[in-house]
Design a protein around this ligand. Structure first.
Ligand code: FES
Length: 125
């Protein structure tokens, strides 16, 4: 069996939603201290609390890039209540799995989204 699924390779080679949202109203940045990889997530959330747009920048391994790409696809157009529930396991499952030792890369995607949602909440106050 190949180490990485077709979906991982696809999202690594053609990542969706890469970039920056200039007028984002939720921005989160997280890192993994062990590998040094960094992920930044930008959310544009509308008045109905729906994620209208999402973009990311990932300075990291292929699994982290594929995870961020898939995670953005899973939350785009979704209410923030739903995005808050997204787990790294769901991201990995949507990618048809990640090797065990690469699961932490999908954790980065979950954390980046939660951090951007926290930022959105704190800006509202
Ligand atoms: Fe660091 Fe994948 S090895 S996020």
């Amino acid at each position: 069996m190949a180490l990485y699924s077709e979906k991982v390779m696809d999202h690594f080679r053609n990542p969706r939603n890469v970039g920056v949202i200039d007028d984002a109203n939720g921005i989160g940045e997280v890192g993994n201290a062990k590998c040094g990889d960094i992920m930044k997530m930008y959310l544009k959330i509308n008045d109905d609390e729906v994620i209208e747009d999402v973009k990311f920048e990932t300075f990291g391994c292929g699994s982290a890039i594929a995870s961020s790409s898939m995670a953005t696809e899973l939350i785009k157009g979704k209410p923030i209540s739903e995005a808050m529930q997204l787990t790294n396991a769901a991201v990995a499952e949507a990618l048809d799995g990640l090797p065990d030792y690469k699961m932490h890369c999908s954790v980065l995607a979950e954390e980046a989204i939660k951090s951007a949602l926290d930022d959105y909440e704190s800006r509202k106050k």
